[in-house]
Design a protein around this ligand. Sequence first.
Ligand code: B12
Length: 245
Amino acid sequence: MFTEPSSSVSDLTGPLLMRLLAGDASGVDRVLTLGYARGADTALIARDLITPALTEVGELWRQGQITIAEEHLATALVGRVLTRRSAALFAERPGAPRIVLTCLAGEFHELGIRISADVAQEAGWEAELLGSNVPRRDALHYIEQRTPEAVGLSVTLTAHIAECARTIDDLRRVAPRSKILVGGLAVRHDPDLGRASGADEVIQDAVGFKAWLIANLPKVSATPPVPPASLPDAMRRRLSKPRAR
Ligand code: B12
């Protein structure tokens, strides 16, 4: 069962922002470590600490108070520090339901979906992360072969909602059994946009995502992963074997 987290990390947003703008990797790591030490999980850290700090970075950039280089530095720092933590989440989990997470074609904001992959792993799912700017045809081809229980699409720019709707239409055809989730800044501001695009679920943030994953964990029966058809036969056979515990 999912219970709304009780720890609070919002007061660390200021310190995190300072460390991000200073380009201080070990300082960023220290602030995030403090958040985890308070009992927060990645979902809460993402919603109440990382997202507000990067929203502020975005505002500073929009107002011309920091350069594109400084904004890139801040985003990259969060990614680097989280990558180190993600390693602990890669335990084998045979039989876990799978979710493919991807940004739409043209969408370069990938940190949210990357963090969502960690949230899914923490919630007991197997996350397959395709990353930013995935051409629709290639994403569909991959998902059709892998038959995941769920697909998560990330859309930051409102201009990408039409692409989101087209992708969902196509997904219904190639992966009729997959639940389709949409998340990201565009639908965080306006969930109706996500619903209009045809998604099964519109996810507002990482904590809501974790709640959905946990609620749906027993409802889905995991199908064994199918390796991509383009692999040579011998490798396909090897990858199809159940993995050792
Ligand atoms: C970093 C950044 C970039 C980086 C991204 C690098 C990267 N590796 O991701 C780069 C430099 C590429 C970039 C480019 C641009 N950006 Co930009 N960017 C940002 C910034 C500062 C932070 C975004 C971020 O990572 N936030 C933190 C993450 C964790 O939050 P999140 O994405 O919302 O994800 C959370 C949830 O939404 C959820 N989630 C997200 N996706 C999904 C998917 C699923 C399935 C689920 C379940 C959950 C989920 O999980 C996360 C945790 O809760 C924002 C500022 C802001 N307000 O967000 C601007 C911002 C989004 N960018 C903006 C703009 C305008 C652009 C550009 C158009 C700039 C330009 N002129 O080139 C381009 C567009 C590029 C493109 N085609 O995609 C504007 C968008 C305005 C708007 N509303 O349309 C913003 C808001 C800046 C601003 N204040 O104006 N950007």
